[in-house]
Design a protein around this ligand. Structure first.
Ligand SMILES: [Zn+2]
Length: 559
């Protein structure tokens, strides 16, 4: 381009581009500035009020919550996200297992019994009154992992139908601290107990037990025995969850040692072999017997889905998610027995309304659709988001990304922002770009071995391949610095997290939450106007799932 004419044309194109950009930026900035702490406060106060009864699924508090959201989204002119309804029905089931259960294991010439709660926990996800394993052959399958990206298959050459598999917790990367193996110290999905039961079921096992270890699990046995006794909430699939193992459970380390010793096997030695590539499953020459009796209660709850349709590519969507539910009213307590869940997650739910408002304030509406999804039953095991992800309104391969908000910052402005699961996807770059404008540093999750990436609703999107973003407030307060911030966060965890004391407080400073929301708005804004789909980085456990999904043209948009 060296003729004067071409040059003038070139310059005017550049000017047009710059002018266009400026307009684009001004529109973005103005919309962003509609995100204000007064508005956010009002909505949090409503959602966290005693009137909403702690927002338990299937309660009067649920009705108030979902109606409030519907009303706010309607006021903003958003469209119902599920046909002509703002709601998606989520079928829930609560199963209570009779605690009298006894596990009996035989070897060729001996047997041993194991005590419920002290040596093992067991339950079934199958929606049946009785579920059992009888003379089920036991096999040690190491970490119980089938991971093509690591060329690793603990089930190699094994037919487990009718059998009971015994599995180590966490993954070989954690056990060996070898960075080239399963992301080293950081937990991968293969380390989560949820994965291990799912894989055992996919393999066709009848029973599956995970061996508990405090360090590798991240919590003591009391957490296992406490959280797996009493009512267990779950989703109900069309087959009444019959595709799951008949019995799932945990063994204490000591219980497992006692069990292995019955047939002369050494658990620590077997654990060692399981950490090496090429591990082969080990038949234990043991047979398990266990019978469970269950009480079953069915109920229904709702996800709330609102859409701002895209201008030019409405069939492609950027999602914002937040769980609206919390624990409700809890009996047998003195004084205030309402778990208001103000931080967790009235803040995130209110944030969806603020984000919706900002997107509707844009002069030039996004090219892609924006979806606000408030999910139910997160506290019972990410159930609402799991239901959505397996019954999506937008096909997963048209879902550009999911941005999740769970418990916002109430202590003021931060110099940084934490990306939980940093390094997983290109969404990090979108965060970095928006954070730079706020002069904030992007930090990775400080405790990746705890697996927080797998513990909120965005994870159910990751599981079906959709790139998912989950940020935490950061740990460096603008005025008070890092030590003070960590102290505040620890204090919240000790005194308020999942307690009746998680209430709205007029002393909150929401300026940091507003920064976060404006940042997440900007991330979604760019995603909704970009042409490409952000991808998972090489080595993540979700990359292959996404690539296969992007290639499939089969429509999945059904409820
Ligand atoms: Zn939460």
């Amino acid at each position: 381009m060296n003729s004067p004419k071409a040059c003038i044309k070139h310059i005017s194109l550049v000017l047009l581009f710059l002018f266009g950009c400026q307009k684009y930026n001004a529109d973005l900035e103005e919309a962003k500035n509609t995100i204000l702490s007064n508005d956010l406060t009002t909505d949090i106060q409503i959602l966290a009020s005693d009137d909403f009864e702690g927002r338990s699924p299937s309660s009067a508090g649920e009705e108030k919550t979902v109606e409030f959201l519907k009303q706010e989204f309607t006021k903003l002119g958003l469209h119902p996200g599920n046909g002509d309804s703002f709601f998606q029905q989520v079928p829930l089931v609560a199963i209570s297992t009779n605690p009298e259960a006894e596990l009996m294991v035989r070897s060729r010439d001996d047997f041993s019994t194991f005590a419920y709660k002290n040596e093992f926990m067991a339950w079934t996800k199958r929606v049946v009154g009785k579920s059992s394993i009888k003379r089920s052959e036991m096999v040690f399958v190491g970490y119980g992992v089938k991971a093509p990206e690591y060329d690793w298959n603990d089930y190699e050459g094994l037919d487990v139908s009718g059998k009971t598999v015994v599995i180590l917790v966490n993954d070989p990367g954690y056990a060996t601290q070898n960075d080239s193996l399963f992301n080293g110290n950081a937990m991968t999905y293969y380390g989560r107990w949820t994965y291990k039961f799912e894989e055992a079921a996919r393999q066709g096992a009848t029973g599956a037990f995970i061996i508990h270890e405090t360090e590798a699990a991240g919590y003591p046995w009391e957490v296992v025995s406490g959280s797996w006794s009493g009512k267990q909430f779950g989703l109900v699939s069309d087959d009444n969850n019959m595709a799951r193992c008949a019995v799932e459970g945990w063994l204490t380390w000591d219980g497992a040692q006692k069990m292995f010793a019955l047939s002369g096997k050494d658990l620590p030695a077997l654990k060692q072999t399981a950490q090496e590539a090429g591990f082969k499953p080990v038949p234990l020459a043991l047979w398990a017997n266990l019978s469970l009796e269950n009480d079953i209660e069915h109920s229904r709850s709702k996800n709330v889905i609102a859409i701002l349709p895209g201008q030019t590519r409405p069939d492609e969507a950027v999602f914002y998610t937040a769980h609206w539910d919390h624990f409700g009213k809890v009996g047998g307590m003195d004084g205030d027995n309402i778990f208001n869940g103000a931080v967790d997650n009235a803040t995130g739910t209110a944030a969806l309304i603020e984000l919706a408002e900002a997107f509707t304030a844009l002069e030039q509406k996004p090219a892609r659709s924006i979806v606000l999804l408030a999910v139910t039953a997160e506290e019972q095991g990410l159930l609402g988001s799991s239901y959505y992800a397996t019954h999506p309104v937008f096909p997963t391969n048209k879902t550009v990304a999911a941005i999740n908000i769970d418990a916002m910052n109430v202590i003021g402005k931060m110099n940084d922002i934490t990306v939980v699961g940093y390094g997983n996807s290109e969404l990090d770059d979108y965060v970095a770009r928006a954070a730079k404008k706020q002069n904030r540093l992007v930090r990775p999750d400080p405790v990746p071995e705890k697996g927080y990436f797998y513990r909120s609703d965005h994870f159910n999107f990751a599981k079906v391949g959709v790139p998912a973003l989950y940020t935490d407030p950061g740990v460096d307060h603008v005025e008070h610095g890092e030590a003070w911030s960590r102290e505040q966060l620890d204090k919240y965890t000790a005194e308020k997290y999942h307690k009746a004391t998680d209430e709205y407080d007029a002393n909150w400073d929401l300026t940091g939450a507003i920064d976060d929301l404006r940042l997440l708005f900007e991330v979604g804004y760019h995603l909704s106007n970009d042409a490409d789909f952000p991808t998972w980085r090489a080595g993540t456990e979700f990359k292959a799932i996404r690539e296969a999904d992007m290639q499939s043209t089969a429509s999945q948009g059904t409820q």
